[in-house]
Design a protein around this ligand. Structure first.
Ligand code: NAD
Length: 507
């Protein structure tokens, strides 16, 4: 099918009046499609995507293989010189315009996202669309910041550095926040003059394709391409493709290792955003109410805890522990778990039966640990679906620090809460996992806040707040949480350009 197609042509008023119909129009336009060279191309094979809240088929996604990947990379490679030849500000203006168009189409795409991921529309999906559009507008304004330097090498020369695009960027996405993670990668890549091939997550490909189709409406053909398929048949051929000049990956540690290896084989740069087990340290003088609100936001309970940044280890000073636990439980009790599309719902489902089984395994392990307590809080909906993927916010108390539940990423609504007495010991515990993505410190003592911020081993440290990724704040982890930064101007320069030195001498 060639562009434009029906959902893109709809006026904002029509979309507002019938957002569900528009979501379904998007779905039928995107089934079994890849976006290649400016067209939604039907793939020879398909695979079923399940709607997790209903446990019924949502639609057929493309099951792409090496041939489709090659077509997408070839299209991106052909489009790249022309795209790079445009002035950077002009590229940025187009990317920002795509952000504005995404805002207009946000509601139906948010509904599609809610259906494919199980995330609640009101608390999660609408916000995700807003951040995705904002990232396009943010990076769209940064084209003229792609500056090199002048070097005082020899007064008889003009010695400068220039920033050049890398070429074709492969962007591999997970399912948890696909649109934000896509824009964190492709907005800076595009503004810097690269073209992209996105590999959508097999669990949640449709909203990704819809957002890419909107970008494609304003960008030259082939500048943005999307392939849908599984990791082995589609992701691996993409990372191994000889025309890919850079890989940017968000996902699990295990796949991150493989992807890093694929980059090493061809000596191309790789950025990795992997897992996390982020500590939240609550000091004795912290404001209880703000801390509890921060814990719920930080743990991403409304996203069923499916966040790499989730504040999934909360260390509370013993003098506050009982009051904190009581206040946290009371607040969690008020969260409405239910149909992701219902406006009353705060918390939807876990993304898949496989992910639910993984999360359940950790909870069973905690239950079997001597001295540990498992608290399941809130009311599950009666769905009539069996088995369903709803899960209550779950708190794990009294675990030893070496428990896998404390050390490993669970990626579900399961939070470890520990009491602490000794400041040195809590810093040590906070730093004792193999991760280093994010951390938060809660205290009124500025000296303590500065000391803990300096000593905690994490790439993104916040004091007395627990925000998600923000445009212009570099975001990225240390240790096994990954390599490189996203979300900022520095990230665009560091990860999507190469630096050339030019020395001009007179004759
Ligand atoms: P995953 O690693 O299983 O899959 C991620 C993507 O990689 C998918 O598109 C998948 O198809 C693809 N893939 C799988 N095998 C591949 C291969 N051999 N070659 C190339 N691509 C391949 O991760 P997931 O289950 O989709 O997502 C959950 C994980 O993502 C969690 O571990 C979470 O911590 C991580 N995550 C990290 C961040 C961050 O910013 N640090 C953000 C969100 C999610």
């Amino acid at each position: 099918m060639n562009k434009p197609f029906s959902p893109l042509d709809a006026a904002p008023e029509e979309l507002a009046q019938a957002p569900d119909a528009a979501a379904l129009a998007w779905l039928s336009a995107l089934e079994r499609r890849n976006l290649i060279a400016g067209a939604l191309v039907e793939a020879p094979a398909g695979m079923e995507v399940t709607e997790p809240a209903q446990m019924t088929p949502l639609g057929q996604a493309a099951a792409s293989g090496p041939q489709e990947v090659d077509a997408a990379v070839t299209a991106a490679a052909q489009a790249q010189p022309g795209w790079a030849a445009m002035p950077a500000r002009a590229r940025g203006k187009l990317v920002a315009e795509a952000g504005r168009r995404l805002s207009v189409q946000a509601e139906p795409i948010a509904r599609l996202l809610a259906r494919e991921t199980g995330k609640a529309l009101r608390t999660e999906c609408r916000g995700e669309l807003a951040v995705a559009a904002d990232l396009l507008e943010f990076y769209g304004g940064l084209g003229s910041e792609l500056k090199g330097e002048t070097i005082p090498f020899d007064p008889k020369t003009l010695s400068v550095t220039t920033l050049e695009p890398l070429g074709v960027v492969a962007a591999i996405l997970p399912w948890n926040v696909p649109l934000v993670l896509m824009m964190l990668k492709i907005a800076p890549a595009l503004v810097a003059g690269n073209t992209v091939v996105v590999k959508a997550a097999e669990e949640a490909p449709f909203a990704t394709l819809a957002a890419a189709a909107i970008l494609d409406q304003v960008l030259p053909d082939g500048v943005v391409n999307v392939v849908v398929g599984d990791g082995l048949e589609c992701g691996a051929p993409l990372t191994n493709h000889p025309k890919v000049a850079k890989i940017t990956f968000t996902g699990s540690e295990e796949v991150g290792e493989t992807v890093y290896g694929a980059g090493a084989d061809r000596i191309i740069p790789v950025s990795l955003e992997l897992g996390g087990k982020s500590p939240m340290i609550v000091c004795a003088d912290a404001d209880l109410e703000k801390t509890v609100t921060g814990a719920i936001a930080g743990m991403r309970f409304t996203r069923q805890g499916q966040s790499c940044t989730a504040a999934s280890r909360i260390y509370v000073h013993r003098t506050l522990y009982d009051a904190f636990l009581a206040a946290l439980s009371a607040k969690l009790e008020t969260l409405v778990i239910g149909d992701p599309l219902d406006e009353a719902t705060d918390v939807g489902t876990i993304v898949s039966a496989t992910q639910k089984a993984t999360v359940d395994r950790y909870v069973r392990l905690a239950e079997a640990t001597p001295g540990a307590t498992v608290l399941r809080i809130g009311k599950l909906p009666e769905t009539g679906v069996a088995p369903d993927l709803f899960m209550q916010p779950t708190l794990l108390l009294g675990l030893p620090e070496d428990s896998p539940c404390v050390q490993e990423e669970i990626f579900g609504p399961v939070c470890v809460i520990q009491a602490w007495d000794d400041y040195e010991a809590v810093i040590e515990a906070a730093n004792a996992t193999r991760y280093g993505l994010a951390a938060t410190i809660w205290t009124r003592d500025i000296g303590l806040a500065l000391d803990a911020s300096r000593r905690v081993n994490a790439g993104y440290v916040q004091v007395n707040q627990n925000l998600t990724i923000q445009p212009n704040l570099s975001y990225g982890g240390f240790g096994r949480s990954g390599l490189g930064k996203e979300a900022s101007l520095e990230a665009m320069v560091a990860h999507f350009t190469r630096n050339k030195t030019i020395v001009l001498a007179g004759m």
